[in-house]
Design a protein around this ligand. Sequence first.
Ligand code: 0L1
Ligand code: MG
Length: 257
Amino acid sequence: MNGALAPDHIARLATVLDDAAIGGTAIERLPDLDGASPADAYAVQAALVERRLARGERLTGLKMGLTSEAKMTQMGVDAPIWGRLTDAMHIPDGGSVSLAGRIHPRVEPELAFRIGRDASPGDAFADVVDAVAPAVELIDSRYAGFRFTLPDVIADNTSASGYAVGAWRPVPGDLAGLAVTLEIDGAAVHTGSAAAILGDPRRAFDEAVRLADHSGVRLRAGWVLLAGAATPAEPLPAGAGVRAVVETLGSVSFKAQ
Ligand code: 0L1
Ligand code: MG
């Protein structure tokens, strides 16, 4: 691939990804994105999410992905990626989510930040983030076998599919030291530390502000920022109950149907 993708090309790729998500059908990765720049990949993501907004969905925040050392090494990158969240992706704490139409859903325990005021590059975490909560992200790549390149996964809105957020709490002095557990049907399947999120989850805020600004996107007051996963993701079968527990912050749970 040479140079920037033309607008109609971006729109076509967004349609392919959107149709895969709507139909719950895995697609092969997109050869058109071979060698694509991050700017082009984020342009496809923007067009993809724009299609959701045109159907009546509303932006509710951003998410960070590839925030762990292990995932960055696997993808050969040294910075995380980001995606967009909408109200249709929200799963109520203690509620349920239908897996119908999901391709190969997985869950990962995260921290969520509540954005207290519109953020600009250079803003300090403490001036913008007014609360933190335990969270679960439901990811679901539209690519067969979760096989993709970096531009592919950026274009696919970083595998975003759903998210649940627990009760908001004041931000404690130390976030990195918090233990995190992911449970399926009451059994712990992964345990980790919030330090797995970029060494300190606060860095996810800095990176979100910095990277989203390249696409002209700013975190808005009232939005949620998912900071990234504290453990590997776990496949989610229908009928399973999911709970993430974050030391001192509490838990968040939902049932898959
Ligand atoms: O939220 C995440 O870290 C997922 C980013 C995309 C890569 C994947 O689907 O595992
Ligand atoms: Mg995630």
